[in-house]
Ligand binder design. Sequence first.
Ligand code: DGL
Length: 276
Amino acid sequence: MIKDKKAIGMLDSGVGGLTVATEIIKTMPAEKIIYFGDTLHLPYGPKSKEDVRKYVYKIIEYLNSREVKTIILACNTATSMLLKEIRQKIKLPLFGTIDGVLQSVREVTKNKKIGIIGTKGTIKSKAYQEALLQGDSTLKIYAKACPKFVNLVEKGVFKGPKVLKIAEKYLMEFKKQDIDTLILGCTHYPYLIPVIKKVMGQGVKLINPAETMAEKAKNIIAVKGLISGKHEDIVDFSNHEFYVSDLNKVSLEFLNKGTNYLNLPDLKFEELHIFD
Ligand code: DGL
């Protein structure tokens, strides 16, 4: 039942979006992906919406030129700032990390007190807060930007006393607010799950939004008749394509530890100049 062999296009500000790619590959093993990480402009978190828009549209133009069948914004900052806007503009099915977050929250929370952490851009956009409150106005939402987490993860530092100290400082207020659910609204944060769990304790469930998003994307891709094959058909990993805009800015430390953490094989990133 081979239907549509075109690839799924994915974009992120860097290689952090591999946490999202991992969920896509796990959920849709028959699909080939073309991943573009904009390391030249990383991080997106502190940048203006205008700048992020400029970069993201350029990457979408590239992915369109590769005739992908769908596009995934594997970046919470880009999703929060631009998902709604881009959805109005492009014909392809488009998914962002926020898709499905309401469902995840509903499945998990008991006391309806929800924490959300992300980059400055994500938190300032209020996109997660709005998506949740539109679905359930009785939720109590507490949001906090945790910019230092990205720098640590980029350096390949996923655990240890320094990470723990920073995590305690950022997350302390959530403990006072008695949240029972914490949304990891940044591609880099899933690498810190062991530390975040340690700080928040057993009573707080962590949500990686990419998990439900991948499920949602799978269902919609199937409904639209865009699936590549049976999901038992596993794409040879070397068929996936991974690109970055600046290879010098790929932290090898992060890449090595990150792929290991995500149980991915060694990845070969190619540099691609789409911003010239
Ligand atoms: N990929 C970004 C996100 O998920 C994190 C890194 C950045 O600031 O660009 O928000």
